[in-house]
Design a protein. Structure first.
Length: 423
């Protein structure tokens, strides 16, 4: 349970445990060789014409320079050529006002949605292949993901999830795919206010749709329409698992700071302290419920966090029914974002920090003497003189960010705002 609803804090303990900058990582390109590959296939809810198709080779679910792309043609046919494409997920963006679903050939589709197919399965990209890839993104193996979808839809072993159900005249599968596609469109429209990454959004959409598979199988589920309330996607496990967060604004009415670490095994650790009080460590369990809320259980009871909104650096949350808060994402520090740079800092005082490329640095506080220190990046944390360490958060850019510091006995020593000095 979060132990206080008033958050972060003052500043820089004027000791030599000082800090620096960092930045997030990006998805990596899995292609293992430079073979030229040509892929072709069909994209469908009904056959989709004028949809945007690309090979997502770095796994972020958006097209990047260097990734093969094209436009689907009549009958949903597409072709892509490029290096190592058989190792890349196929992504299809169905675009309102541009794409035509040949089930309704006289009209454009009226809402955007996204389809995917796993790497090595490019032949038929559909709502059903998208469900499979969503489970893969959530950490399932491909075979397990296929079994989850097939079981959820009540399909027997002879029915492939990559079957062209239009050509095969499988009306039952076609109807289920139509319902799934309409559900994707509704949930994607509901995500417009949330600045999730595209991959986070797709994982959450698949998770929510999977919860409706029994109704979809029985044809009793009616997807939301544009006249229904906006769908709130809420949290997805990938947004939290294996990550740490700083709770609060970074400057507030209390010296209290809270670090929340959500482990991939469903446990979490809450570390709360301030300048005056000793460290408090609370261990508990966490889960995302069917409403996309984060439920945290520990010896003090249960706390429910609802996602009100999201930005690049933080989540806006409703804590139970009475309070709101910002939970800042912590990115791993990267040496290249510090080395050879100088920063102005604001904390309990003002000053300048310089990080040399050889792991040494210099601090000059306003009105104070120059002091030397050593620095290193270990486990994504910035360590100073081996006596203090910092979490990077609220890093809106490489040149301006905040960090929360602790000493060698895990006592909070302050929050620092950093601003890179221009040359």
């Amino acid at each position: 349970m979060i132990v206080s609803r008033k958050f972060l804090v003052l500043a820089l303990a004027s000791t030599l445990a000082l800090g620096g900058c960092g930045g997030g990582g990006s998805s990596s390109d899995p292609r293992s060789d430079d073979r030229e590959v040509t892929l072709s296939g069909v994209v469908a809810d009904g056959y989709l014409r004028n949809a945007e198709v690309f090979a997502d080779c770095n796994g972020n679910r958006v097209w990047d320079e260097g990734e093969a792309r094209g436009i689907s043609q009549e009958g949903g046919f597409y072709t892509l050529s490029g290096v190592g494409l058989d190792e890349c997920v196929i992504v299809v963006n169905v675009v309102a006002g541009q794409t035509i679903d040949e089930d309704d050939p006289d009209n454009f589709v009226d809402r955007d949605y996204t389809l995917m197919a796993p790497a090595g399965r490019p032949d038929f990209v559909s709502p059903l292949s998208t469900l499979v890839q969503g489970h893969v993104d959530a950490g399932k193996g491909l075979v397990e993901a296929e079994e989850l979808v097939s079981t959820g839809l009540g399909l027997d072993d002879s029915t492939s999830l990559y079957l062209d159900y239009i050509e095969g005249e499988n009306a039952d599968l076609h109807e289920m795919a139509q319902i799934v596609a309409a559900t994707f469109a509704a949930y994607q429209a509901g995500s417009a206010e949330l600045e999730m990454s595209r991959k986070e959004m797709m994982e959450r959409i698949v998770e929510l749709t999977t919860q409706k598979l029994e109704e979809i199988k029985e044809k009793t589920f009616t997807p939301p329409t544009e006249n229904d309330p906006v769908v709130a996607l809420g949290f997805a496990p990938s947004m939290l698992a294996g990550k740490s967060f700083v709770v609060g604004e970074g400057v507030g009415e209390s010296d209290l700071v809270i670090i929340l670490t959500f482990n991939v095994d469903g446990t979490y650790t809450e570390r709360a302290n301030d300048f005056e009080a000793p460290l408090t460590i609370i261990n508990g369990t966490w889960v995302i419920n069917d409403q996309g809320q984060l439920v945290m259980n520990d010896s003090f009871g249960s706390t429910t966090l609802s996602l009100n909104g999201a930005a690049a650096a933080y989540f806006d949350v409703q804590v139970d029914l009475d309070e709101t808060a910002k939970i800042y994402k912590t990115d791993p520090f990267a040496s290249q974002l510090l080395a050879g740079k100088a920063f102005d800092f604001i904390g309990n005082g003002l000053g300048e920090l310089t990080f040399n490329t050889n792991g040494t640095g210099v601090m000059v506080e306003a009105g104070g003497p120059q002091e030397n220190f050593t620095w290193a990046i270990e486990g994504g944390l910035l360590k100073i003189n081996n006596t203090g360490y910092y979490y990077l958060y609220s890093g809106g850019s490489e040149s301006a960010f905040k960090m929360a510091g602790y000493d060698q006995v895990d006592q909070y020593i302050g929050t620092i705002e950093m601003f890179e000095k221009s040359e």
